[in-house]
Design a protein around this ligand. Structure first.
Ligand SMILES: Nc1nc2c(ncn2[C@@H]2O[C@H](COP(=O)(O)OP(=O)(O)OP(=O)(O)O)[C@@H](O)[C@H]2O)c(=O)[nH]1
Ligand SMILES: [Mg+2]
Length: 250
């Protein structure tokens, strides 16, 4: 079963500096059942040309979906995943172009879905355990822990890390349904995706999978304002997807 076909969606917005060809080519050569679907999110730098070169070496296996203007990561990922479902892949997932989570992480997540057929979503989780290689600056780690605590409260689920950019799903009707509408939030869409599946498929279809390796390569374009806006966005999500049995603000 480990050969189940999977499409990994990689959103890319002005990634000329961070995009490297080799890891993608080596991965596609070694993993013949996993294809890559880049979404060029209205880039204004050389990203389209770089992606075109990347794709020519493995026609069909690496493809580019081009958005004519920048729609933000949430919409880029959502459109890429819907395109992969319509291509007929039984498993789909997404990963950041900076490869903070390495491509191998998608194999770990795919394995989790294959081993447990009841799961709809396997979430990569950056759990900093001794002997594992999870490398983030102290500042981002602790800010991340504060955010994760509030995200967990807003979802009413014991989730450790909603924001890791590596997630895999089954291309099921429940997942397709969860992706049908644009997300409310541009950056916290992972929290929304979890809420939608919690409500549409049940909390027991979601599983976090600790990743062995995660390393921030730097160069993030998520500015300070994203951290300032995060509590407000989380509040909007909590209001829009109330936790059953708990008071809603609506
Ligand atoms: N910043 C940004 N990234 C986008 C956008 N659309 C797609 N992306 C992609 O989303 C992924 C995440 O971007 P990063 O800037 O690394 O942000 P992040 O990983 O969420 O945050 P960090 O933890 O700060 O690195 C990358 O693959 C980007 O190319 C967009 O409009 N803005
Ligand atoms: Mg990043």
């Amino acid at each position: 079963m480990s050969g189940a076909r999977m499409a990994v969606v990689i959103p890319a917005w002005n990634e000329t500096q961070r995009l490297r060809d080799n890891p993608f080519h080596e991965f596609v050569a070694a993993q013949t059942s996993v294809d890559l679907r880049f979404v060029d999110d209205g880039s204004t730098d050389d990203t389209p040309a770089r992606l075109a070169v990347l794709a020519t070496r493995y026609p069909g296996r690496i493809q580019i979906l081009t958005l004519s203007k920048n729609r933000g990561k949430a919409e880029a990922v959502r459109l890429g995943l819907l395109a992969a479902i319509s291509e007929g892949y039984p498993l789909i997932g997404y990963l950041d172009a900076d490869l903070a989570a390495p491509l191998d992480a998608m194999l770990t997540l795919r394995e989790a879905l294959i081993k447990a057929p009841q799961l709809e979503l396997a979430l990569g989780s950056r759990v900093k355990l001794l002997g594992w290689s999870i490398r983030r600056s102290e500042r981002r780690h602790y800010l991340g822990r504060v955010f994760a605590t509030f995200a967990s409260l807003a979802l009413g689920l014991p989730v450790y890390d909603t924001q890791c950019g590596a997630k895999a799903m089954r291309a099921s009707p429940a997942v397709e349904n969860a992706l049908a509408m644009p997300f409310l939030s541009r950056w916290l869409f992972d929290v929304e995706l979890i809420a939608r599946l919690r409500d549409g498929a049940g909390a027991d279809t979601l599983r976090e999978v600790p990743l062995a390796r995660w390393e921030d390569p730097g160069g993030s374009r998520v500015g300070f304002m994203a951290f300032v806006r995060a509590p407000f966005e989380l509040w909007r999500i909590w209001r829009r997807y109330p936790v059953e049995g708990r008071p809603s603000l609506r």
